[in-house]
Design a protein around this ligand. Structure first.
Ligand code: GDP
Length: 319
């Protein structure tokens, strides 16, 4: 029978089976992989991720269906590429305006990975209730707004919401309706609260930010999939563990430029062509674009840092 992987813990996978009519059965079963290794998964940190479609017999997983796409990151502890989700429609990069502070560098990193996976992405900026209304209108922080509007300028939708008060949630719900989305964000930005706000009565555990920061003790330890009832059929969300620093995976350093959308059209156009490092060369189109305001300085800084990190990582055993 065919099944959908909802979550995994060590070698155990929670799967929902598909019935003869092609609908998912309500009950969940715990499965193991037959023979421990699945063909086509040996190269990754984890063999299966939520969203994977598998062939199941009894409580054994026999095979993995070819993936439409996969959203990954470099798992620094395991020194390997980790699959966070498979076969999804949308990456939701979640941040907060405060507590924890707004961190656009995290968004840059997650967006790069979404582009690498060729999965559309949007930014969800939560906790707007923590901002004061300005004299001329709704709550706003000029520094945050400046960065968020730059993401919009480069073509990334941004939702300004509060999972607590419901602000902005209707528009957000319309956007994710019928889609299979993944939430990715730092610990404490409100990913679990967001799912609770979408699924009344679910009440998954949310954590006090300080507790999670101090002990690195995350409420979500593995990616996990939720159905969102009461919305268009097929609305699903995968929540991923809070990630302190998102390390992109599967990107050779020289290709990074291709996965930052306002940089990509300039690839190869510098005087030194593809060998330009975009740091000191005359006739560098990237640096010219930064000076002209076509590339935001912060995004350029992110680009340099991430490329450095990719260079340090050196070999790419899975790519
Ligand atoms: P996660 O680690 O991303 O899953 O974050 P949680 O959902 O566990 O939320 C972390 C903390 O932020 C909890 O104390 C939540 O109550 C709080 N929180 C979540 N969403 C909001 C919001 O929209 N506004 C405010 N003020 N706090 C929120």
């Amino acid at each position: 029978m065919k099944g959908l992987v909802l979550r995994s813990s060590k070698n155990l996978f929670t799967v929902r089976l598909l019935d003869a009519g092609g609908n998912f059965e309500p009950e969940e079963i715990e499965c193991r992989i037959k023979g421990k290794v699945l063909k086509s998964s040996e190269a990754f940190y984890n063999p299966l991720a939520p969203g994977d479609l598998v062939e199941v017999e009894g409580s054994l997983i026999l095979a993995l269906e070819e993936r439409r796409n996969m959203f990954t990151r470099f798992n620094q502890k395991g020194k390997n590429r980790q699959i966070l989700a498979a076969n999804v429609d949308l990456i939701l990069c979640v941040c907060s305006v405060d507590a924890p502070p707004f961190r656009p560098r995290f968004l840059d990193r997650a967006l790069i990975q979404a582009d690498e996976a060729e999965i559309p992405a949007a930014i969800v900026c939560n906790k707007y209730d923590l901002l004061e209304d300005g004299p001329s209108g709704p709550a706003e922080d000029p520094d945050i707004e400046e960065r968020l509007s730059d993401f919009e300028r480069i073509g990334c939708p941004v939702f300004r919401i509060s999972a607590r008060t419901g602000q902005g949630m209707n528009e957000f719900k319309d956007y994710i309706g019928g889609k299979f989305s993944v939430l990715v964000g730092q610990s404490g930005v409100g990913k679990s609260s967001l799912i609770n706000a979408l699924v009344p009565g679910l009440e998954i555990r949310t954590g006090a930010v300080s507790e999670k920061y101090n002990r690195g003790n995350h409420t979500t330890t593995q990616p996990i999939m939720f159905d969102i009832p009461g919305m268009s059929a097929g609305t699903r969300i995968i929540d991923t563990p809070g990630i302190r620093r998102f390390a992109p995976a599967g990107i050779p350093p020289e290709d990074l430029i291709l996965y930052m959308r306002e940089f990509a059209p300039l690839a190869g156009k510098c005087s030194f062509g593809l060998s330009c490092t975009h740091e000191t060369e005359r006739g560098c189109k990237i640096m010219e674009a930064v000076h002209a305001g076509v590339i935001h300085e912060d995004r350029y800084e992110s680009f340099l840092r991430i490329r450095e990190e990719l260079l340090e990582k050196g070999d790419f055993p899975n790519d």
